[in-house]
Design a protein around this ligand. Structure first.
Ligand SMILES: [Zn+2]
Length: 252
């Protein structure tokens, strides 16, 4: 089964760590997708980092696929009062997205439909201004309400994903897919994610596998070694495009 690799949180905020991730992938012949954040935490707008975006354009030309990854990669810091029928997750759903599965990063689980529409347009504009054309969208923390698929379909995005599935929003096709990634937020989460990545490798026989590398991993020597072992393990089966990963084309 195919293995797809992505570098998450591609932003000038993490330039040295992204370099390290790219170097590691290159050693194993992998061309990871780049999950680009247009303005990470509202402090790293791409337009102010011309050399970084030039680098991304060169990587795209060399065959790295670009995917839009949120806009700010951050939920609002103050929860809004509930306003009713706008689709925004509230209560426990919001708590789960922001506090259990992410450290307040689940941006698209914190937006109304009109805000999400606007955020996607702003993201496409920012990437377009940087000379980048994303072929898909991955929500920060893999978290979004189901109605976001419709917004992606309206924009012709042919790839998105969450924890359990990869989707083509334009055809409603989805495939189960295991995602292997590390958590560096606390030692307990780190060790359980390392254990999961080892056990999760066995799922490759059953479902296409995603390896998600986060820049934060590259600040923890233990996780760099684990990532290296994961890439060595997956190296026979890498595919470098989401179209091939979804089974739409042959393996590039
Ligand atoms: Zn992310």
């Amino acid at each position: 089964m195919a293995t797809h690799i992505a570098i998450h949180d591609v932003s000038p905020a993490w330039e040295p760590e992204i370099d390290a991730a790219l170097k590691l992938c290159a050693r194993f012949g992998a061309k990871p997708a780049l999950l680009v954040v247009p303005d990470y935490h509202a402090r790293w707008p791409l337009r102010e980092h011309a050399s970084f975006t030039a680098r991304l354009r060169a990587l795209a030309e060399a065959g790295h696929e670009v995917l839009l990854h949120g806009y700010f990669h951050q939920a609002r810091t103050e929860p809004l009062a509930s306003t009713g029928e706008d689709g925004r997750p509230r209560g426990f759903q919001r708590f789960f997205a922001q506090r259990v599965v992410s450290a307040g990063e689940a941006e698209f689980s914190d937006l109304s439909r009109s805000e999400a529409n606007e955020r996607l347009d702003q993201g496409l504009t920012a990437l377009g201004a940087a000379g980048l054309t994303p072929s898909g969208f991955v929500p920060p923390a893999w978290s979004m309400p189901a109605w976001v698929h419709e917004l992606l379909r309206n924009r012709g995005f042919r790839y998105t994903e969450d924890h359990l599935f990869v989707y083509d929003p334009t055809t409603y096709h989805r495939r189960p897919s295991v995602v292997l990634n590390f958590a560096s937020r606390t030692p307990a989460r780190m060790w359980s994610s390392v254990a999961f990545c080892r056990v999760g490798r066995m799922a490759r026989r059953l479902a296409p596998t995603r390896i998600a590398l986060h820049p934060g991993d590259f600040r923890v020597p233990r996780l760099v070694r684990e990532a290296e072992s994961l890439l060595r393990w997956g190296a026979d089966d890498f595919v470098s495009t989401t179209a091939a990963f979804m089974g739409r084309t042959g393996r590039p």
